[in-house]
Write a protein that binds this ligand. Sequence first.
Ligand code: BDP
Length: 603
Amino acid sequence: MLYPIDTPTRTTKDLSGIWRFKVDDEKGDFTPDQVLTDSLSLAVPASFNDQVSIDAIRNHVGYFWYQTDFQLPHLIAAERKVLRFGSATHEAWVYLNGQEIGHHKGGFTPFEMDITDIAVAGNNRLTVRLSNMLDHTTLPVGNYSETTDAHGRLVRQVDENFDFYNYAGIHRPVILYTTHKHYIDDIAINPQLNEDFSKAQINIAVKTHQLDQHQVLIELFDEEDQLVASGDLNEALVIENPQLWQPMKAYLYTAKVSLKDGSDILDSYSEPFGIRSVEVKEGKFLINGKPFYFKGFGKHEDTHIHGRGLDNAANVLDIQLMKRIGANSIRTSHYPYSEEMMRLCDREGIVVIDETTGVGIMESFNFDVSILEDGNFNDATFTSLDTTAAHEQVIRELITRDKNHACVVMWSIANEAATYSPGALEYFTPLFELARELDPQKRPLTLIHIMMSNPQTDLVSSLVDVICLNRYYGWYVSHGDLDTAEAQTRGELLAWQEKYPEKPIMYTEYGADTVAGLHSMEAAPFTEEFQEDYYAMNHRVFDEFDNFVGEQLWNFADFATKIGINRVQGNKKGIFTRDRQPKMTVRSISERWNHIPNFDYKA
Ligand code: BDP
């Protein structure tokens, strides 16, 4: 799916701004053609939750109405018109001028509707009904229940099966864009480098709605806007001596695709792309043929006031901070991030492990790791949950959306599923096959292992290209005892290495809750001293293993989550606070990472 941009043949209209908003009382007295009265004024895009000061609205589980009016100039009357949501969390029914025009389930991927026949010149009323409910068929997974209050009213509840606040709303831009009635629908770019990187063949597939006489022309431009190759769909497009997209040193070409009728250009679209190779070989993760070492973070889309809504300024600052402390990569834990962030990572050379919403796939998510001790790993996750359809859908939508991004070097199919549970291999095998089939660039695939999934219990690692581990020795296991934690860390890495000597291993999470400003001489848990010691212990062990290819700590910044006895106003495992101030450990991590090269660290 193409990102909405202005081109000589396309116009975009951003519907961001202040919309009308109201909780749906489910009495059925509002119909989407009406003006939403008695409403609150709310910013779009953003989560609704932290914009309101009324607890009953902030915490409401159920349905919500959003509404705005927009004007369409007569000028574009003859154009094809499309309404596109970057995301609406988690399920949306969309109405234009009172008529239902679309429905989408899944809160982190874009969807669009052709409104050519429904939009009118002049005023148009756009109404959206939104649900923030999650259950055992959705991703992320939620535990849904219903009760009645003292007045006999239905009360819905979602107990998140994951550790982040269930923000909802219209989280990403709503854009109206126009095209000619014959148009470019999609572009897939797959650059192939030859062995010595002196040449790149740029394979481009274009999906169009066109007539037989129309032709597609492709022109490739470098960063100085110089034409470097051109041709139609049947011609091989070759770039000699290509500039490679490198981690932290991005180089982006642009593919300009034109749909032509003789000399008339009916539609044109410009897609940035990078040329780089990615390969997993002999225990190494190779980018452009060289062993890459991941340094970075699991993150969240999570900022004050905006909640999970797009915050371009925060994204820019986060990347600036990452660069300053020597990080080179992120994982989009635990859902696809905004297209704006993905484009920024392309531009800034940030390496991305791109994750689906496959989180919470476990009968009940908790932090009780005692099941490790009693050896009873069985649960009924894969018979009691029913997430296959949602999982297939998000894999399709994620890969369709992000397939051209140079920054994406690996897909993460899920985070911390019950991969030790009967049925896990049967559940994941077709999902991995689907992802491999959909990706034109055939990137490596992984899923992220929870602690209970270790070399003895895990059932699915035969599927992955890289073994990715979330580990909390010294925190959830052997809490506060870093000597024992060190031995456990070493012991488990050895066991993985023995079992899969050809597969690279990396940590995709490790961290300790740390309350900024809390200190102690004896480095007690929750203090800044403990966080620093915890990381030093882990890093000592990482450096002993040749096929250990990366460290992405948990988390970049403190973030909002559901309340619980383990949570002090949010998850405090950030090495930055939620407002992006450093905790003490940032200095030592920066010292370490600025000395670890992006390539050949373990050579
Ligand atoms: C892991 C999850 C992550 C949590 C983290 C934690 O992948 O979402 O926030 O642990 O407990 O279970 O901090």
